[in-house]
Design a protein around this ligand. Structure first.
Ligand code: GN1
Ligand code: MG
Length: 366
């Protein structure tokens, strides 16, 4: 998708904003949508977050938008109506267009949405301290707590089989067979890495299918940088509701560990920098369980450490699949970017395997 000629200011003006646009700057490190911070005049006015939705991936934008509104309103209502210890928690507020819709379809075919930005907040691609990890864990615990009474069947399944490992592996194997970019011959060790773990990685899917763990409303993209922190490093919001749909709590726990305890970047090429930081794992787990410990089942609680391995595996698998396929899904910033991402995920998974016994001890402490 190309925003080359799009007048971003004109797009913002289609929404019910206050003041006049001062600047529109690209922000964020997402791989799918494009995000821009919009500042307005006079100074002191609200800022906004403008997003172009990748409609090649999210193919039904009206239904996606409907989900986001449902989730946002549910969270807001629970925060307003039920006194709790986390009334400081905030929900990003969608802004309507002048026509009263919550997305804009422009003449070039792009889809846009706008949120009121929570000023003074910050997110972290790499976690710097245990306090931050604890707070992040608490934030995702709060999200799960607040959505626990939502009717999952009221949500549209934005991306079907999103964390379904059987489907992801099937897709991987057919793309390896096709080998459209002739990349497979140099990837034997990565392919072996995937195949040698494929069977054990069906565990969460099997627990779900057998009814051993409950289906809940889950976030499904709990990258640590989807938590917003205030300037006292308190986690005050969880964002990015594109993939909120029924799922397993373990997926959300695992993806936050994948991104919030890695000592290296998601796409780190110097693999010696990549690994799990067990202090961050312990702090995140404590923060998460300070909220979610009250409602998770024993089977969920006993698979937290495993879920971290699983999410690292499946995201690595998706990066590798996209690399073999010719990089159609994730935005890449240089050739082989998806391969670098996959290798870093696989290195992180090895580090978790090396420390798995310690991770299991930590998950049991609370
Ligand atoms: C994508 O674009 P972003 O950062 O929100 C992806 C996630 C992956 C993540 C890997 C809809 O999320 O599933 O975990 O990249 N989102 C979608 O960093 O596929
Ligand atoms: Mg996302």
């Amino acid at each position: 998708m190309n925003t080359g000629n799009t007048n971003l200011e004109a797009i913002v003006c289609e929404f019910r904003t206050e003041g006049s646009v001062d600047s529109v700057k690209r922000v964020g490190s997402g791989h799918i949508n494009d995000s821009y911070l919009v500042t307005t005049n006079p100074a002191g006015n609200s800022d906004y977050l403008l997003q172009r939705i990748n409609h090649h991936i999210f193919r039904d934008v009206p239904k996606l938008t409907d989900n986001i509104l449902k989730v946002s309103r549910h969270l807001q209502a629970r925060l307003l109506c039920q006194p709790s210890d986390f009334d400081y928690f905030q929900v990003l507020k969608p802004v309507a267009t002048r026509q009263g819709n919550f997305f804009l379809h422009d003449p070039e075919g792009n889809f846009w949405r706008l949120y009121l930005y929570i000023s003074g907040t910050k997110s972290y691609d790499i976690v710097e301290s245990s306090d931050l990890a604890f707070e992040g864990g608490k934030a995702f615990g709060i999200f799960q707590y607040l959505t626990a009474d939502m009717d999952g069947s009221a949500l549209f399944e934005t991306l079907t089989d999103f964390h379904n490992i059987a489907v992801r592996l099937q897709n991987f194997r057919s793309i390896v067979q096709l080998d459209p970019e002739k990349r497979v011959s140099s990837l034997q060790s990565e392919i072996n890495f995937v195949e040698s773990r494929a069977e054990e990685m069906h565990l969460i899917l099997e627990l779900g299918r057998s009814g051993a763990i409950p289906l809940r409303v889950t976030h499904n993209d709990t990258k640590f940088n989807n938590v917003l922190f205030d300037d006292h490093q308190r986690a005050i919001s969880v964002v990015d509701f594109d993939t909120v749909m029924p799922g397993y709590s373990l997926y959300d726990f695992g993806d936050a560990i994948r991104t919030g305890t890695n000592t290296g970047a998601e796409d780190e090429q110097d693999l010696s920098k990549v690994g799990i930081n067990l202090s961050l794992f312990a702090a995140y787990t404590r923060g998460y369980l300070s909220i979610a410990g009250g409602f998770l089942t024993p089977v969920e609680l006993s698979h937290l450490a495993f879920s971290a391995k699983f999410m690292t595996y499946i995201i690595g698998l998706r990066f590798l699949t996209d690399h073999i396929d010719g990089d159609h899904y994730y935005r890449i910033h240089h050739p082989d970017h998806n391969l670098h991402r996959a290798k870093a995920q696989f290195r992180l998974l090895e580090s978790m395997e090396e420390h798995f016994a310690e991770m299991q001890t930590i998950q049991a402490l609370r």
